[in-house]
Design a protein around this ligand. Structure first.
Ligand code: NAD
Length: 358
């Protein structure tokens, strides 16, 4: 029996997760042995327990095969001390589960090509996956801080550090992922300036020997940022450091123009994963039934592919999303002239109906 921990969180979190749970029920009806339970995280957990990540939630997450998260945060909790803000719950889950690999697809469904700020012919059919290292690099490197120099001037400093083993393990995830896609991997670094990423490039090149079926290329991060807006379809899988991945994955997501459509996965060495939409808790539309649940539903597809070993069910969910878009259904965030506007639950129901038809 595979166990899933469902964490609705705050804002639109509970609304979009409810639709994803309908899809989980469909998965169970296909004969897959899965069960799920809900727990508290974020502001909702703080209100109830005084902590954005209660011990009980972390223990349940560790015992689960996969975690499905809605979103956390909102204005209500912004005045709180940083140590108990909802976002701390998310960071605690990432470090508690040692989720070192962040996978962020940027897919533009052909039906939504008009939603991008780039020309449709540049982005239509875009399908990129960015593999970002999530637990190392400059965000965690020591020493770090702000110090006062002898002349009284303050100086801020951070350290970019990656060990060979850290590079190798994220590299393996990227090569394996590329293998399941179009077998092209682009490693993004700044090897011309930063020694640390010179090592990154060396280790990636060494690893390529183990994956002769995957074509490895290297690109400097400044060029990658440019190529992503110039000719994004040249990429299949991109692997990069925590800092570069943070920036490039947001850039790639924006190419699609629809934040409510993009899922993500964060994985550890045991294949456990946390799956969540890339967007936040959208407090501006919370409780109105207007949120797009497709990113969360597509997160379930990623879960099936990466943690539950059921790629064929993942394919079917992704196809069902294509079917409802083809039928012209749109939540307000992706509304287009001539389409039919629907709410959160109606969209979720339409995906389940499309799944049932096959
Ligand atoms: P956001 O992603 O919540 O919202 C940005 C814009 O996109 C808003 O206009 C929102 O209405 C819209 N949007 C987002 N998701 C949507 C969806 N599914 N359907 C339709 N429209 C959608 O980002 P923000 O406003 O910067 O942050 C709001 C809160 O979320 C903050 O407290 C922030 O800290 C938190 N946050 C949480 C996560 C997370 O839980 N992983 C990620 C980012 C931000």
């Amino acid at each position: 029996m595979k166990k899933i921990l469902v964490l609705p969180g705050d804002g639109i979190g509970p609304e979009i997760v409810a639709e994803a749970v309908k899809v989980l029920a469909w998965v169970r009806d296909q004969g897959m042995a899965i069960e799920w339970e809900e727990a508290l995280v974020g502001g909702a957990a703080y209100d109830e327990t005084g902590s954005p990540l209660p011990e009980e939630t972390l223990e349940k997450a560790k015992a689960a095969d996969a975690v499905l998260l809605g979103a956390v945060g909102g204005p209500k909790w912004e005045p709180l001390d940083i140590s108990v803000r909802p976002e701390k719950g998310l960071l605690g889950l990432r470090s508690g589960l040692n989720l070192f690999a962040n996978l962020r697809p940027a897919i533009l469904y052909p039906q939504l090509a008009e939603a991008s700020t780039l020309k449709p012919e540049v982005v239509a059919g875009l399908d990129i996956l960015i593999v970002r290292e999530l637990t190392g690099g400059i965000y965690f490197g020591q020493p770090r801080g702000v110090r006062t120099l002898e002349n009284g001037e303050r100086e801020g400093f951070n350290t970019l550090v990656y060990s060979e083993s850290e590079i190798r393990r994220i590299g393996r995830v990227a090569f394996e992922t590329a293998r399941r896609r179009n077998r092209r991997l682009c490693s993004v670094d700044k090897a011309n300036v930063l020694e640390c990423t010179e090592l990154w490039r060396e280790v990636m090149t060494e690893l390529a020997g183990d994956y002769p079926d995957v074509e490895l290329s290297h690109m400097y991060v400044d060029n990658a940022a440019m190529q992503l807006v110039r000719a994004p379809r040249q990429f299949d899988v991109i692997v990069t450091t925590n800092l570069f991945g943070d920036i490039l994955s947001d850039e790639a997501a924006m190419l699609t123009g629809s934040i409510g459509m993009l899922p993500s996965a964060s994985l550890n060495e045991k294949g456990q994963g946390m799956y969540e939409p890339i967007h936040g808790s959208a407090p501006d539309i919370a409780g109105q039934g207007r949120a797009n649940p497709l990113a969360t539903i597509l997160s379930v597809a990623m879960m099936l592919r990466h943690s539950l070993d059921a790629p064929e069910l993942a394919d079917r969910i992704e196809q069902a999303v294509g079917t409802v878009l083809e039928a012209g259904l749109r939540t307000p965030d992706i509304m287009q002239a001539g389409a039919k506007e629907v709410g959160t639950a109606e969209m979720g129901d339409a995906v389940v109906a499309a799944l049932m038809k096959k």
